[in-house]
Ligand binder design. Structure first.
Ligand code: NAD
Ligand code: UD1
Length: 338
C-alpha cells in the first residue's frame, strides 16, 4: 500500500518512513528539503534495505503535487510538511501561515480530487496553550495558543473539522504530539536542527558534544517539582509507530478523530539533564537563566484514548530516549553534514 508522506525526510517523518517500510508499506516521500537533507534517504535504506521513492517537490505547489497524485496509487497521506520553529514564526508570521496552511490545503484538495480518503495530520500539544488541568485530554480546551506556529496548527485543525463535516468519505486522524526526543536506535537517523537548537534535547546533546558551552535552563521558579518546566517527552520511534496505529484506525472508516501522543509522564528540565547524564555517563554544564517568553509551567498528556482506540502505547523510557539522542549526536557530530 502506497502512503504519501509529506515532509518524510524530516525528523519525525524519516522515523515514520522506517516504521512504514518495516511493516510492509510503500512510503512515497515528498519533501522540498527546506529543513532536511537528501542523505536521510540512504540512511533509511541502510536501516531497512529499501530506498523509499522520493519527490523533491514543494507541497504548496499544487501542479507538481497533482503529477504525483496522477502517477501514484496513493491510499493515505501522512502530512508532516511544515515549518515548526516557534521563534521564527513570531518573526516571520506570513511565511508560517503561507507554508503550513497552503501545504495542507493543497494536499486536501488533491485528496478530494483523486478520492484518497485517509489523512493523518501532525498537530501539536501547543494547541492546548497553557492547560488549566493536567494531564491534558483531547477534550481539554484548545485555541489559547501564544504564537503564529501554534496558531497554524490550531487553524489547520479547524479547517480539517470543516472539511470533514461535508466530506463523509474522509477519515482524518489529528495527532497532537507532545515533545518528541530520541532517535532511531541505529544512530543513523535523528534530529538535525539548523543553527542554534530551540528545543531542549538537541541543545543538551550539542552541549554534551562540545558545540555549545552550557545549557541555559529557562527559569527555576515555575510551579513544578523543582521549579523548572515540565513536559511529556516521547521517543520519536514510539511517536512514529503512533502513525501506523492511526492508519489502521482510519481503515475502519472512523471519520475525524483526535489523539494525544505522549507518554503521560512529566519530566522537568533538571530531571531531563540528570537522566541524560546518568544514561550516557556525561556531564552537561548548565546555568539557570530567565524564563523564555511564552513558556508554561507544565504540560503532559492523558493518552488513554490512543491506548484504547489505537491500541498504541509509548514503550521507551526517557533514559532510553536520552541514550538514543546521544547515540545519533555522537555518531553524527555535524548531523547529516560530514
Ligand atoms: P522537520 O522540520 O524535521 O520536518 C518537516 C519536513 O517538512 C522537513 O523535511 C522539511 O524540509 C519539509 N517541508 C517543510 N515545508 C515543506 C513544503 N512546503 N513542501 C515540502 N516539504 C516541506 O520537523 P519534524 O520535527 O519532523 O516535524 C514534523 C511535523 O510535526 C511538523 O508539521 C511539525 O510542526 C509537527 N510537530 C513537530 C514537533 C516537534 O517537536 N518536532 C512537535 C509537534 C508537532
Ligand atoms: C516548544 C514550543 C512548542 C512546540 C514544541 C515542539 C515554545 C514556547 N513552544 O515547546 O510550540 O510544539 O517546542 O517543537 O517554544 N528549555 C530550557 N533550555 C533550552 C530549551 C528548552 O530550559 O535551551 C526548557 C523549556 O523552558 C521547557 C522545556 O525545556 O520547559 C522544553 O522546551 P522545548 O524543547 O523548547 O519544548 P516546549 O517548550 O514544550
Amino acid at each position: 500500500m502506497s502512503i504519501l508522506v509529506t515532509g518524510g525526510a524530516g525528523y519525525i517523518g524519516s522515523h515514520t518512513v522506517v516504521e512504514l517500510i518495516e511493516k510492509g508499506y510503500d512510503p512515497i516521500i515528498v519533501d522540498n528539503l527546506s529543513n532536511s537533507k537528501i542523505e536521510v534517504l540512504d540512511r533509511i535504506a541502510t536501516i531497512t534495505g529499501v530506498k523509499p521513492k522520493f519527490y523533491k517537490v514543494d507541497v504548496c505547489n499544487k501542479d507538481e503535487m497533482r503529477k504525483i497524485f496522477e502517477s501514484e496509487s496513493i491510499s493515505a497521506v501522512i502530512h508532516f510538511a511544515g515549518y515548526k520553529a516557534v521563534g521564527e514564526s513570531v518573526a516571520k508570521p506570513l511565511m508560517y501561515y503561507n507554508n503550513n496552511l497552503n501545504s495542507t490545503i493543497s494536499v486536501l484538495e488533491l485528496m478530494l480530487e483523486y478520492h484518497v480518503d485517509n489523512f493523518v495530520f501532525s498537530s501539536s500539544a501547543t494547541v492546548y496553550g497553557d492547560p488549566k488541568v493536567l494531564p491534558i485530554t483531547e477534550e481539554s480546551e484548545v485555541g489559547g495558543v501564544t504564537n503564529p506556529y501554534g496558531r497554524t496548527k490550531y487553524m489547520i485543525e479547524e479547517i480539517l473539522k470543516d472539511v470533514a463535516k461535508v466530506n463523509s468519505n474522509l477519515n482524518i486522524a489529528i495527532l497532537r504530539y507532545f515533545n518528541p526526543i530520541g532517535a532511531h536506535p541505529s544512530g543513523l537517523i535523528g534530529e538535525d536542527p539548523n543553527d542554534i537548537p530551540n528545543n531542549l534535547m538537541p541543545y543538551i546533546t550539542q552541549v554534551a558534544i562540545g558545540k555549545r558551552e552550557r545549557l541555559g535552563v529557562f527559569g527555576s521558579d515555575y510551579n513544578t517539582v523543582d521549579g523548572t518546566g515540565v513536559r511529556d517527552y516521547i521517543h520519536v520511534v514510539d511517536l512514529a509507530r503512533g502513525h501506523l496505529a492511526a492508519l489502521d484506525k482510519l481503515d475502519t472508516k472512523c471519520g475525524l478523530t483526535i489523539y494525544n501522543l505522549g507518554t503521560g509522564m512529566g519530566t522537568s528540565v533538571l530531571q531531563m539533564v540528570n537522566a541524560f547524564q546518568t544514561a550516557n555517563k556525561l556531564k552537561v554544564p548548565f546555568v539557570i537563566t530567565d524564563r523564555r517568553p511564552g513558556d508554561i509551567d507544565a504540560c503532559y498528556a492523558d493518552c488513554s484514548k490512543a491506548n484504547k482506540e489505537l491500541k498504541w502505547q509509548a514503550c521507551y523510557s526517557v533514559e532510553e530516549a536520552c541514550k538514543d539522542s546521544w547515540n545519533f549526536q555522537s555518531k553524527n557530530p555535524n548531523g547529516y553534514d560530514y
